[in-house]
Write a protein that binds this ligand. Structure first.
Ligand code: NAP
Length: 354
């Protein structure tokens, strides 16, 4: 399919920005032609501006690229945004207004009534709101599309086939979220060593609101949220990468544990059908062992783009319960945005040669 779409990264020096740099190396369609961050970094070569914190080495091709300020004029067709949420809202709007496709990880526009919040396996049709957004905001060819919060992605991806087959009545979720989800330097070591923090700012609200938008309906001019009841409790734990979630679910239709497992295991969706480069072959991996998934062993399955589900069993209060694990900075952030961009390209929303 298409190649040579020039992409920029806003917030390229941050935790999510570095994942974008890493994951976009060798991408068959996208070439990184611009790196941008704050005034603190602008003007410096990337190798000097970014303190690289990933396990893989910094790619040679970006080391000498000079970091630009986050203002339109960047030599690219679309921008991925890993900007700090204190600044992302207006900067993303300015880029969309200047004609860029903005594919964002930040929370600022996720719940806007004219902005798609997308997981390509869950609600690829929600991108149909884009022409309405462009009309409403006076954007010519630019637009904003977002991916959900890292903990919402794992949950909602695993819930999607169950929503389709059985309907969802109630979802109760308790998370154990990795430290990398808080960016760098994140949580002070003396707060998290030998400890669990039972509070992550705004996280429970995000999980509850975003999952309803994702599983809801887009009519081309707005969104009708799904009607299930959902309650989230979010905790920070002493794990580097990989968000784990203990989930109990009540379904609309009766299903036994084997039915649930079968529906999860056989799930594929549009990204797999379109064979998008970042689509995992199997979006949901069901584990049969009693002690899996575990962050250290399972977060990188399918290059970090699949969700692992284990311990599927009856729940004495609701219908069944299980454990979900997903990589928070790959499937939950940069990888999610790249898959969104691939979907938008396949759907014809990306324009070249601005
Ligand atoms: P981070 O490590 O703190 O990086 C923030 C980035 O924003 C840096 O590149 C920083 O540039 C840039 N920035 C800060 N102030 C700026 C300004 N005034 N103008 C332009 N650029 C500015 O944060 P992160 O963990 O990567 O998170 C980035 C976003 O993704 C957040 O909105 C976060 O909520 C979201 N997110 C994170 C995760 C995760 O797992 N970490 C998952 C999903 C979503 P400098 O280096 O120059 O300061």
């Amino acid at each position: 399919m298409s190649n040579n779409i020039r992409v920029g990264i806003l917030g390229a020096t941050g935790a999510v920005g570095q994942r974008f740099v890493e994951l976009l190396q060798g991408h068959p369609w996208f070439t990184v032609t611009a790196l941008a961050a704050s005034e603190r970094s602008a003007g410096k070569p990337y190798a000097e501006a970014a303190t690289w914190r990933l396990d893989t080495p910094m790619p040679e091709s970006v080391k000498g690229q000079v970091v630009q300020p986050c203002v339109p004029g960047l030599p690219c067709d679309l921008v991925f945004s890993g900007l700090d949420s204190s600044v992302a809202g207006p900067i993303e709007n300015t880029f969309a207004s200047a004609g860029y496709a903005v594919i964002s990880n930040s929370k600022n526009h996720r719940m806007d009534q004219d902005v798609p919040l997308v997981i390509p396996e869950v609600n690829p049709d929600h991108t149909a709101i884009i022409p309405h957004q462009q009309k409403q905001r006076g954007f010519d060819r630019g637009f904003i599309a977002t991916n959900p919060n890292c903990s919402t992605i794992g949950l909602t991806l695993a819930l999607k086939p169950l929503a389709d087959h059985f309907g969802l009545r109630t979802v109760m979720v308790t998370t154990m979220q990795a430290l990398s989800g808080a960016g760098y330097p994140g949580v002070p070591s003396l707060e998290i060593l030998d400890n669990v923090l039972p509070y992550i700012d705004d996280e429970e609200d995000k999980m509850e609101r975003e999952s309803l938008k994702l599983l809801g309906v887009c009519d081309g001019t707005g969104f009708k949220p799904a009607s299930m009841a959902i309650s989230a409790q979010c905790n920070r734990v002493h794990v580097q990468d990989g968000h784990m979630e203990c989930v109990s679910v009540a379904l609309e239709k009766r299903a036994d544990t084997q039915d649930v497992i079968e529906v999860l295991r056989s799930f594929t969706a549009l990204p797999q059908e379109l064979d998008l480069p970042f689509a995992p072959r199997r979006p949901i991996i069901v584990r049969d062992e009693p002690d899996r998934p575990q962050p250290r062993f399972d977060r990188n399955v399918e290059q970090g783009m699949a969700v692992s589900v284990g311990r599927v069993r009856p729940c004495p209060v609701l219908d069944f319960k299980c454990v979900i694990l997903s990589h928070n900075t790959i499937r939950g952030a940069a990888g999610a945005a790249i898959l969104n961009a691939e979907l938008l390209q396949a759907q014809g929303y990306l324009k070249r040669d601005r």
